[in-house]
Design a protein around this ligand. Structure first.
Ligand code: CP
Length: 307
């Protein structure tokens, strides 16, 4: 049984294998399990991209998607996460995709259930499929990570993408810097990346990755208005003109237009924001395949996808 809980648990060869598999799916390769398999997507926090792209990926792989809405499930009667997953396992669900507001929610499940868990985001912790789709988008653009400079700018502290991306990108050979408000950066983050001022980061990077301000994870309101934040830390049109030739803009989305990025830049030539979303389906197909190959009946069936 292969869970996917964090990016840091994946070795570099495992990351490369997932990217290769996702690229094969992007190029039209097919894979389906040899028998009927059931998946449930449990989203305890809102989502558009992750939830819908997992569902598209599951349907493309011929999986049976069990409708599950937290608001109409027995979670509202107080059933725990563990009992919910044990119930799904008991009735024959073969794997679960979970997004949850608690960091490391999966620790209470590991070792106690037999079906794979795929983490679709835990609190401020991890979002491994987002990291992997970011990596695929960068690889498609530059073919290699070696020597690339990637700046991750914005709400580093509350992001579940920033630190796992920094870890994976560094292991793949990229030079990662963090930027944005110093209030959202502390010395513990130096383990993952150095801090750089926003203008230097934007002018010298091959990849400028912007992050949304995660208001829902802040204790109080932020110190700046949206306009002030945009001028101090955002990718303004003026800053975009100073980006390196050939450099690209990324953002995990949802985007706050005219806050972390100017409205006109969201779909500009440099932007790969919608490409990231497109790649999300292929990465999730690759991750589901990796997890389901290990369950009974999860062998190759259609068009014998080759590694
Ligand atoms: N990037 C991302 O996780 O978006 P959603 O919250 O819409 O899934």
């Amino acid at each position: 049984m292969e869970n996917l809980l964090t990016t840091s648990e994946l070795t570099v060869p495992e990351i490369q294998e997932i990217l290769k598999c996702a690229q094969a799916f992007a190029e039209g390769k097919e894979w389906k399990p040899e028998k009927q398999l059931f998946l449930a997507n449990l989203f305890f926090e809102p989502s558009t991209r992750t939830k819908c792209s997992f569902e598209v990926a599951e349907r493309k792989l011929g999986l049976e998607v069990i409708p599950f809405e937290t608001t109409t499930s027995s979670v509202v009667k107080g059933e725990t996460l563990y009992d919910t997953i044990r119930t799904l396992e008991s009735i024959g669900v073969n794997g679960v995709v979970i997004r949850h507001k608690e960091d490391n929610y999966f620790q209470e499940l590991i070792g106690k259930i037999k079906i794979p868990v795929i983490n679709a985001g835990d609190g401020c912790g991890n979002h491994p499929t987002q990291s992997l789709l970011d990596l695929l988008t960068i690889k498609q653009e530059f073919q290699s990570f070696q020597g690339l400079k990637v700046s991750i700018i914005g709400d580093i502290r509350h992001s579940r993408v920033a630190r796992s991306n920094a870890d994976a990108l560094t292991r793949l050979g990229a030079n990662v810097v963090f930027s944005g408000p110093k209030e959202w950066f502390d010395d513990s983050m130096l383990q993952e990346a150095n801090y750089e001022d926003v203008d230097t980061a934007i002018e010298t990077s091959d990849v400028v990755m912007l992050l949304r301000i995660q208001h829902e994870r802040h204790d109080g309101s932020t110190s700046w208005t949206s306009e002030e934040y945009h001028q101090m830390y955002g990718l303004t049109k003026e800053r975009e003109r100073r980006m390196k030739p050939g450099s690209i803009i990324m953002h995990p989305a949802p985007v706050n237009r005219d806050v972390e990025i100017a409205d006109e830049l969201v779909e500009c030539e440099r932007s790969r924001i919608f490409k990231q979303m497109e790649n999300g389906v292929f990465i999730r197909m690759a991750v589901l395949k990796r997890s389901l190959q290990s369950v009974e009946g999860g062998n190759v069936h259609v068009n014998d996808y080759q590694k």
